[in-house]
Ligand binder design. Structure first.
Ligand SMILES: [Zn+2]
Length: 439
């Protein structure tokens, strides 16, 4: 029998109790006899939680390996405390056939540092016309469907897609954007856009599509998951959907509750994302929707681009920022420390909550559960230095920010997938050689 890896004297993320958690062959075990422990991680009161899950990640492979690969993206995920990510299908080619979904899963199994659950396309080539084969995509391992990057413009196509997805019991992840209201808009409509002479994108470009898809969820009985919500009106619509007990869930991302469109400053392309950073009123609404439970879970919308692409003029630079390596610390720094959420609730929004939204198996710190774990220090302070990211993408508006909350070790399927190079070394050095052998 292989030896146990023992995490000793950790603080349970929910109860606050001191716990020892041991695992063998990727599964948490009940027998914690220390003489059987091949390696010991001395947690010394650090918080131990189930590994984080990100429902919204762009891994860029196949087709755009210059931006990110499955290897680098999942390495970044592990560094951020994630043990599972769901990857968007807007790759080249698009993940619109079973064989593409299978390829991503096989590639992730070979080179990945976390579990990868692909999301299949809603329509072939994400062209918004012909439906992709929902059932075949599900059989191949897709956990949801999305044309993310683009809206499904036709309400009739979305209606059919929701009907097919309902039969396959898959949620559709909706990138909500009315292309006629979006027009040539480059950032949020408001004072900063006017000052910079850029065309604006109104909140309604997002919220009218949110309202449409809430109605279509009711019409079809299908499951709608609203991606990266950014504005007051969208949260109102999600609240309304929940009041009506529809199968509608929603996520938001750290940049929408930490920044406003003023972060664009003088054409900073690292503050260029879609949907755009909004007004102070929208930022407040995002925070309120997280606190009152309207938002089901948090996600990063991790969208790596090359430095060359982000160096282009503002209107020509691609939308999006990286997020995997800053998500937890931003959450702790801006939601937990000011008292908006408890640490347990904040962690839940990155662990149990996303698992529920996509029907992924729950992970508890109990025998028989997969050893998908994160060991973190919610107090430790660090400075965001993009050049040290494991992601190929350095496109973040948070460079130089001092954040609290550091991931010291991540374990996925019993494998040590990340160990903090500075803070964690003294605490976890002793077991590393042994844990490494098991890899
Ligand atoms: Zn999107």
């Amino acid at each position: 029998m292989r030896p146990i890896t023992l995490i000793r004297n950790a603080k349970h993320w929910k109860t606050g109790a001191r716990v020892d958690v041991g695992f063998r062959d990727g599964v948490i075990v009940a027998d914690l006899a220390e003489r059987e422990a091949g390696s010991v991680i001395e947690a010394d009161g650090l918080t131990l939680a189930p590994g984080l899950v990100d429902l919204h990640v762009h891994l860029r492979e196949p087709g755009q390996s210059v931006k990110e690969t499955i290897a680098t993206g999942t390495r970044a995920a592990a560094a951020g405390g994630f043990t599972a990510v769901c990857c968007m299908p807007n790759t080249i080619p698009v993940l619109d056939e079973a064989v593409q979904v299978e390829w991503v899963r096989e590639r992730a199994a070979a080179v990945g540092s976390c579990r990868v659950h692909p999301i299949g396309a809603v329509t072939m080539g994400q062209q918004g016309e012909q439906l992709a084969p929902a059932m075949a995509l599900k059989t191949a391992g897709a956990v949801a469907l999305s044309d993310d990057g683009h809206p499904v413009v036709s309400a009739a196509i979305m209606r059919r897609a929701l009907e097919y997805a309902r039969h396959a019991n898959l949620p559709i992840v909706c990138h909500e954007e009315d292309p006629t209201l979006r027009g040539e808009g480059q950032m949020n409509e408001g004072f900063t856009a006017t000052r910079l002479g850029l065309r604006g994108i109104p909140n309604a470009a997002e919220s009218v599509m949110v309202r449409r898809d809430v109605e279509l969820a009711e019409l079809t009985g299908g499951r709608v998951h609203l991606a990266h919500l950014s504005c007051f009106e969208s949260f109102e619509a999600l609240r309304d959907a929940k009041r009506r007990r529809l199968a509608v869930t929603g996520e938001t991302c750290p940049h929408y509750w930490t920044l406003t469109d003023e972060a664009v400053g003088d054409y900073d392309t690292n503050a260029r994302m879609n949907p755009p950073l909004r007004s102070e009123r929208d930022r407040d609404a995002t925070l309120a929707a997280i606190v009152d439970g309207t938002v089901d879970c948090l996600a990063t919308d991790h969208a790596p681009h090359t430095a060359d692409e982000k160096r282009r003029p503002f209107e020509e630079a691609p939308f999006g920022i990286v997020g995997l390596e800053t998500a937890l610390a931003l959450t702790i720094t801006t939601l937990v420390r000011p008292g908006h959420l408890s640490l347990a609730r904040a962690l839940e929004l990155w662990t149990d909550a996303p698992r529920r939204v996509f029907d992924l198996p729950a992970v508890r710190l109990e025998p028989g559960n997969p050893a998908d774990l994160v060991l973190l220090d919610p107090e430790a302070e660090w400075t965001v230095e993009p050049e040290r990211f494991h992601s190929k993408g350095r496109n973040t508006p948070f460079a130089g920010w001092k954040l609290h909350g550091r991931v010291l070790a991540t374990v996925c399927g019993g494998r040590l997938t990340h160990r903090d190079p500075s803070v964690g070394v003294a605490r976890v050095r002793r077991e590393l050689a042994a844990a490494g052998e098991g890899n």
